[in-house]
Write a protein that binds this ligand. Structure first.
Ligand code: AHR
Length: 502
């Protein structure tokens, strides 16, 4: 029997909506086919954006979208993607599958997409192969309101008013595909490039993100902060507002990765243990950040995370297309619980990637679309967005697993209070086979109005175009309430969400 204690009177921090953010790169079928099909497509679209995908993402309440990469960002030259489409440069996407990139999706299309989605914008600039002038002109093109060469160019291309950049990344993985730089070298470039990410309208500040570490590269974090962290007296955040972190879960390591759909229980637990490892990364990188920024003014921005398996057999290996099972759902659930619990430092996170690439929430095949188990988790967790984290403590969790190095607690949770006065409790049962009895107790609240939904199936279950609704969120009624709280049995391999009127 496990017991979850919730002190609904003790608010621990604010959960930024952007923790539930997403990432779309010019990679495989994410942008082209997945999101953008062009105005002339037979697939129903609005200004080229798929209506079915946009509607599903709005329902999921996507808060922010990162674009154009990834590794692609440090090879992207934004001027190739503006102006009449027939005149846009065609190029080979050397990073991802060697296919022709016709640049028909560019700056205007990205802002159109975000407008349709009603989400914030996160642009990733090019430091690896781009100039300071190129980056500075892009920001001018997107955001300058008055008379200037780039503002004129934007107007000539049909957009009179400037857009709003909410987040701007100064390079991507500059320790690797973004230029193979040393931390000191990148940090100096960061200082220089970010200077020209000008905020032309003080009412529309741009949140600047410095390129952070890969996984456990604590040296990168320390060395970059040593050079690039600079707290300007009187200014809230100095030269940066955020530092990124990238972490992918490969059950069999970077080389082998492992199948997305064929795995045994040993690999199930190994995958979940590797997902839980992100908590250690947040704590350790966070401790280094605390040295420079004890007030936690800058955010840890986990702008790439999720599972990365061996690509689906028979597909282009450069397209990173993979299926999505209940295992992905649990990875998403435990990771989002961790982000919620560390919302004092984690200010944004962007799962990789939105459609048809890595741990996607949506898969498409021609005109068809399906929602993955990961989609349903984001849908169930959406109530945590912009809510206050509540104090909670889980007692009685068991340690489970099949290998000493990859043991996990059988349960994971996070609890928040929304602006609508509802408490959201999310719970994951990581066990592949055992149900868990659960009591939920509050400090004072006697729960009266309670609703719940659940995602549960056997561990390999996934949605296919033949059976697109095998795994889906369902109403959960197998619980009781009394003066002591809520009582239920959480089925194995499940993600559960309670909504309780406070
Ligand atoms: O998400 C796929 C790739 O993973 C991104 O392009 C890159 O930033 C990371 O290595």
């Amino acid at each position: 029997m496990a017991k979850l204690y919730i002190n609904e009177k003790n608010k621990k921090g604010h959960i930024n909506s952007e923790i539930y953010g997403h990432f779309s790169e010019h990679l495989g079928r994410c942008i082209y086919e997945g999101l953008y099909v062009g105005e002339d497509s037979d697939i129903p679209n609005t200004h080229g954006m798929r209506n079915d995908v946009v509607a599903a993402l709005k329902e999921m309440e996507i808060p922010v979208l990162r674009w154009p990469g990834g590794c692609f960002a440090d090879e992207y030259h934004w001027k190739d993607g503006i102006g009449p489409k027939e005149k846009r440069k065609k190029m080979i996407n050397t990073h991802w599958g060697g296919v022709v990139e016709d640049n028909s999706f560019g700056t205007h299309e990205f802002f159109e997409l975000c407008e349709q989605l009603g989400c914030k914008t996160y642009i990733n600039g090019n430091v690896g192969s781009g100039t300071v002038q190129e980056m500075s002109e892009w920001v001018e093109y997107m955001t300058f309101e008055g008379v200037s060469p780039m503002a004129e160019l934007r107007k000539k291309n049909g957009h009179e008013k400037p857009w709003k950049i909410d987040f701007f990344g100064v390079g991507n993985e500059n320790w690797g595909c973004g230029g193979n730089m040393t931390p000191e070298y990148y940090a100096n470039l960061y200082r220089r490039y970010q200077t020209y990410v000008r905020v032309y309208n003080p009412d529309k500040p741009i949140f600047k993100i410095c390129g952070g570490p890969n996984v456990a590269d604590y040296t990168w974090t320390g060395d970059v902060l040593k050079t690039a962290f600079y707290n300007v007296p009187g200014e809230a955040h100095g030269l940066m507002d955020g530092l990124s972190l990238h972490y992918y879960v490969h059950p069999e390591g970077w080389e082998l990765k492992g199948s997305a759909t064929e795995f045994d229980k040993k690999v199930w637990y190994k995958t979940l243990a590797k997902a839980k490892y992100i908590e250690e990364l947040i704590q350790k990188h966070g401790t280094i950040m605390d040295v420079y920024d004890p007030e936690k003014k800058i955010g840890l921005i986990v702008d790439e995370w999720g599972t990365w398996f061996t690509c689906e057999p028979g597909t282009n290996p450069g397209f990173l297309y993979q299926q999505n099972t209940m295992r992905d759902a649990l990875v998403a659930g435990v990771t989002l619980d961790i982000f919620n619990r560390h919302c004092d430092r984690v200010k944004m996170a962007n799962i990789a990637q939105l459609v048809n690439v890595l741990q996607s929430v949506i898969l498409t095949e021609g005109p068809r679309m399906l929602l993955t188990p990961t989609y349903h988790v984001f849908h169930m967790y959406k109530h945590h967005q912009d809510a206050e984290l509540l104090d909670s403590c889980l007692d009685g969790a068991e340690t489970i697993g099949e290998e000493e190095d990859y043991m996990v607690p059988n349960l994971s949770e996070s609890v928040s209070l929304g602006k609508d006065g509802m408490i959201t409790i999310t719970l994951n049962n990581l066990s592949a086979e055992a149900a868990s009895d659960m009591d939920i107790a509050f400090a004072q609240l006697k729960p009266a109005e309670v609703k719940a939904s659940i995602l549960t199936q056997e561990m390999h279950a996934h949605n296919t175009f033949q059976d697109p609704e095998k795994v889906k969120e369902q109403e959960f009624t197998a619980f009781t309430t009394d003066a002591e709280g809520i009582h239920c049995v959480i089925p194995p391999c499940s993600v559960l969400s309670f909504r309780v009127k406070a």
